[in-house]
Design a protein around this ligand. Sequence first.
Ligand SMILES: Cc1cc2nc3c(=O)[nH]c(=O)nc-3n(C[C@H](O)[C@H](O)[C@H](O)COP(=O)(O)OP(=O)(O)OC[C@H]3O[C@@H](n4cnc5c(N)ncnc54)[C@H](O)[C@@H]3O)c2cc1C
Length: 376
Amino acid sequence: MSKVKKVLIVGGGIGGLATAIALQKAGIQTEIVEKQKEWNVYGVGIILQSNALRAIDALGLTEEFLAIGTTHSALHIRDSQGNMIFDAPIHPSGKFNMTGGIPRRDFHEILLRAAMKHDTKIRMGTTVEVIENADSFVYTKFTDGTSETYDLVIGADGVRSKVRNMVFGEIEPTFVGQAVWRYTINRPENLENITMFYGQKAKAGIVPMTKESAYVFIVTAEPGNPWKQEDQLHVQMREAFHEFGGLIVELSEQITDPKEVVYRPLETLIVEKPWYRDRVLLIGDAAHATVPHLAQGAAMAIEDALVLAELLQQDAPLSDILNEFMDRRFERCKFVVENSNTLVQWELLQLEGRLPKEKKPNAIVAQSLMKMTEII
Ligand SMILES: Cc1cc2nc3c(=O)[nH]c(=O)nc-3n(C[C@H](O)[C@H](O)[C@H](O)COP(=O)(O)OP(=O)(O)OC[C@H]3O[C@@H](n4cnc5c(N)ncnc54)[C@H](O)[C@@H]3O)c2cc1C
């Protein structure tokens, strides 16, 4: 086993909690600092692709996921009026030949409970103020006035990572020109699978999350990233469906509360390798934040956690372990980020009627998801 015995994780999101679970299970003492005073995970849900379900299984959490979330056995592709274009099969990853959906709050709760069960120490309302890399340890000072040394510090603090900016310099995400609107609705009877609807101006979808709930989403072009009036978000989201008809429009009538609309301008970022400096490593969105066109961001964060925990069990110098981590993670995460960005560019060209006929967005989705099923 490596000499890494004590690890600080900055950020208690999907990546931070998954890393804590995987490291504690590997016998490595972990501590999380989370800047929020109380957990404040936003509503709506998350799609977990087959490789994400495999990764959740590796964390030992399949039963917990299935107790709340739901699974889908195909992806239905429809036109803007709901007419069938085709049904895409799910590409299996290991034994998982399905995708999953679950409310984000429930998913976070499952990860949090598991991290606590494995004795992860979590300090809320706290972040790092000073990080000093030394040869054999990292010295950290926290905003609550305390200080501590660790063998490894992990920045799992999301797309606007403070750890990244403290240790790697200013690296900012890029707005891609689109935004996504999401809203939780009652799950329609007989809706088993994720269903996507392609219009001329936007694409929309319905994602079953639990037995009773689903969420609708719509991706719109938002040139210049315009400001949105918060108390009008429900009206604007419903208006975004104007070119659609049938089921998705019927369901959009449930969009009545502006506070429940989750509107996100989409951003992308890939930190050049390596994602570590001495004893500080970035994982998850802090290193590779992707737009959700392949629904792979959470999967990549959980895979980062599993690979790191596996490698830290080797009896090898930390720099060798972190180099191997980069060999196993960089190209895969970059592939997700780049293919997702290509999808954005093609969708924006399509909107202007300038997408060459040979460019097929659905083919990129299929090829990318097929690649992601590979065992990490
Ligand atoms: C609109 C949208 C839809 C998406 N849909 C999907 C999907 O369907 N499927 C999928 O797989 N992925 C999806 N993703 C991506 C997925 O949400 C992210 O990839 C994933 O949450 C990354 O986890 P993370 O832990 O790296 O970051 P985060 O989940 O952002 O967690 C970061 C944590 O760090 C904390 N933090 C921040 N700064 C500090 C600090 N200075 N100190 C301490 N703590 C700090 C935050 O409060 C937070 O708890 C989507 C993303 C977007 C934007």
